[in-house]
Design a protein around this ligand. Structure first.
Ligand code: NAD
Length: 503
């Protein structure tokens, strides 16, 4: 591709950027020191939003409000059905404002509009699923402890939860956490990425409209060091639910260890799709392109390593290259765009740096590899690298850009060794008509999710999370609400107690 891109300016470009205020204890407020952050649209190059910028004072106020709402407010004490009703209303209101939310995520992140609409629709489904789980959450009873005893295990909300999210799926990721925390009866302080906070503030507005009591959800825009770090170390916070890079995840976990907080970590990935000669190669080629370039490769689940059987490598990669040439890169607001802008010029430089280093290490650029000139934003051609070997950084590290690294294998053992040769373990894909092959890969690959003859599908019913350095714990699935609870054991004794200790 590598042609200059012409990007049409949307109406928002000539309007005053919308300012979002912090949500603390049910009110939208400015930062006490009046500081603000600005977000420039990475695809269009204009200031799209301003947020009040939180600091120490706002973290203290937000955590205090969440703590008060937990200790004395109605939310943890109301019937699950009443909480579920508010979650369902929230889902309806998100659906009604789907276009507005999708557009904000597009303008702030550079992702394509058609994809963003799908993400917000998916988020609506998750809020509804969480409402269902709120009503089925229950503990256990033990009537098998002898005639005089009854054991009851309660599942109580854990308390104040800090929710910290990244920029790549701004609305979807907060929706993988917050509805389940709320369903359990927790209260929360949410910190979205400083680059993509707007849609989370719209969610705050929706939650207040849906009837959420004051202080149950507080939202702070701000930087990781100023807001994220104190939200992790604060003594009144009981749990941290973090999605982001493995680097920051490790720092977060170390800080949470000081007060033994519970942590849930959704971190980076270096996922491989393994393609065997007997696969439906047409479908596998399409999935290879989808896995590599969806969300401009800025995706924890990106199938950034294509592990292809040597016998079919040339023909298969020819098909992948031909499909890649048809991927439309361009204006994120154009309905036909498949790959939009990169999140920032710094990130683009990091990605192109990886491509240059891989070429230096001996791989070759089979397709793409160049930045696409545009005066409006930063765009990168979908890139395929051939001749990548396991020892190269590009084969082991998360690049987080539209870059597909191709490795080849001759036996299933070799394919598995390559797939597992990374510190990450988020997801993997296998393509074969043989149930034996698929099962062998699915059972032996070290990852939280394995897709068999499909790639990157997601359902709220299915748990999601990583093994190895891709994370800790699981989101979604039927236990998603339980994650935000603490078990309490109550032992009831009937009649006079026997077996006294002293007598
Ligand atoms: P990041 O780690 O830089 O930031 C994530 C969040 O942490 C942001 O809100 C940031 O402000 C905050 N933060 C930064 N420093 C902090 C600190 N010291 N203490 C507490 N919070 C801090 O990640 P990113 O660049 O925003 O997102 C991309 C990363 O997220 C990739 O590695 C990607 O794989 C990962 N990710 C994982 C999943 C998953 O489900 N496994 C999903 C999406 C993204």
């Amino acid at each position: 591709m590598n042609l200059p891109l012409t990007i049409a300016m949307p109406a928002e470009a000539s309007a005053t950027p919308k300012t979002y205020r912090l949500l603390i204890d049910g009110k939208f407020v400015d930062a006490r020191d009046g500081r603000t952050l600005e977000r420039n649209s990475p695809g269009h190059g204009f200031t799209v939003s301003r947020y009040a910028q939180a600091g120490e004072a706002e973290v203290e106020a937000a955590v205090t409000a969440a703590h008060k709402a937990f200790e004395t407010g109605p939310w943890p004490r109301m019937k699950a059905g009443e909480r579920a009703a508010i979650l369902l209303k929230t889902a309806d209101l998100i659906e009604a404002r789907l276009e507005e939310i999708a557009r904000l995520d597009v303008l702030e992140s550079g992702k394509p509009i058609a994809q963003a609409r799908g993400e917000i629709g998916g988020a609506v489904d998750i809020w509804r699923y969480a409402a269902a789980l709120a009503r089925t959450l229950h503990g256990e009873t033990y009537a098998n402890l002898g005639d005089a005893m009854l054991g009851v295990v309660l599942r109580e909300p854990i308390g104040v939860v800090s929710i910290i999210t990244p920029w790549n799926f701004p609305f979807l990721i907060v929706s993988q956490k917050l509805p389940f925390a709320l369903a359990a009866g927790c209260t929360a302080v949410v910190k979205p990425s400083e680059m993509t906070s707007a849609s989370t503030f719209v969610l705050g507005d929706i939650l207040m409209q849906a009837g959420l009591p004051d202080g149950v959800v507080n939202i702070l825009a701000g930087l990781g060091d100023d807001v994220g770090a104190p939200l992790v170390s604060h003594p009144l916070v009981e749990m941290v639910s973090f999605t982001g890079s493995t680097r920051v995840g490790k720092m977060t976990m170390a800080s949470a260890a000081n007060s033994l907080k519970k942590v849930s970590m959704e971190l980076g990935g270096k996922n491989g799709q393994i393609v065997f000669p007997d696969a439906d190669l047409e479908a596998a080629a399409d999935a290879a392109v989808f896995g590599g370039f969806f969300n401009a490769g800025e995706c924890c689940n990106a199938g950034s390593r294509l592990i292809v059987h040597e016998a079919i490598a040339d023909d298969f990669l020819g098909a992948v290259k031909a499909l890649t040439a048809r991927v439309t890169v361009g204006d994120p607001l154009d309905i036909s765009t498949k790959v939009g802008a990169m999140i920032s010029s710094e990130h683009l430089a990091k990605v192109t740096g990886y491509v240059a280093a891989a070429a230096n290490d001996g791989s070759s650029v089979y397709s793409g590899g160049k930045q696409i000139a545009s005066s409006a934003g930063q765009y990168l051609d979908p890139t395929i690298l051939r001749g990548v070997t396991e020892d190269m950084a590009i084969a082991r590290e998360e690049v987080f850009g539209p870059v597909l690294s191709v490795l080849t294998f001759e036996s299933i053992e070799e394919a598995l060794r390559i797939a597992n040769n990374t510190p990450y373990g988020l997801s993997a894909g296998v393509w074969s008509a043989s149930i034996d092959t698929c099962m062998s890969v699915a059972r032996n690959v070290r990852s939280g999710t394995v897709w068999v003859n499909t790639f990157m599908e997601g359902y709220p019913e299915l748990p999601f999370g990583g093994s190895k350095q891709s994370g800790l714990g699981r989101e979604l699935g039927k236990r998603a609400v339980e994650d935000y609870t603490e078990e309490k054991t109550i032992q009831f004794h009937r009649g006079q107690r026997t077996g006294w200790w002293v007598g």
